[in-house]
Ligand binder design. Structure first.
Ligand SMILES: [Cu+2]
Length: 149
């Protein structure tokens, strides 16, 4: 009887440990940028970030866009170095994250690994997709211990 009792206690302890440890270790959300609109001209991604956030470390952003063809403009993903370049859509020092062909199929997945502001923009047409097309947003992932369940 006592053995069964301590086994039960062990099972309870194991379940509690799983409940506490597993979500923290493995939980990461995956966001399709723009949802149904995907990564495209004219969608307000700044509003999208406000609606979807906060974002946490190890969450991923999936950029989906068609390859360029006769009817579809090319899109891409660049990361700006700082807020000033982001605000002015100045691509001179920007880093290419995903080229025009990389948004097809299941899209391009970017995992948020660093706790810093990420300045994402579309780099096409010399920054016009960023300025006129609103294809820009900032994400600053929080530490996952700040996540509330
Ligand atoms: Cu674009």
């Amino acid at each position: 009887m006592e053995a069964a009792g301590s086994r039960a206690a062990l099972v309870v302890a194991a379940v509690v440990a799983l409940l506490v440890l597993v979500p923290e270790a493995s939980r990461a959300d995956r966001f399709v940028v723009g949802d149904a609109a995907r990564w495209t001209w004219g969608y307000n991604y700044t509003d999208w970030v406000i609606k979807k956030g906060p974002f946490f470390l190890n969450d991923s952003l999936v950029f989906m866009y068609d390859p360029p063809n006769a009817t579809v403009h090319a899109h891409s993903v660049y990361m700006m170095r700082n807020l000033a370049d982001y605000q002015s859509c100045n691509l001179k020092a920007a880093k290419l994250v995903a080229g025009v062909m990389q948004g097809t199929g299941s899209g391009f997945e970017f995992v948020l690994k660093k706790r810093k502001p990420h300045y994402f923009v579309c780099g096409e047409r010399n920054g016009i997709h960023c300025t006129m097309g609103q294809m820009k947003f900032i994400v600053k992932p929080k530490h996952s211990s700040c996540r509330d369940y």
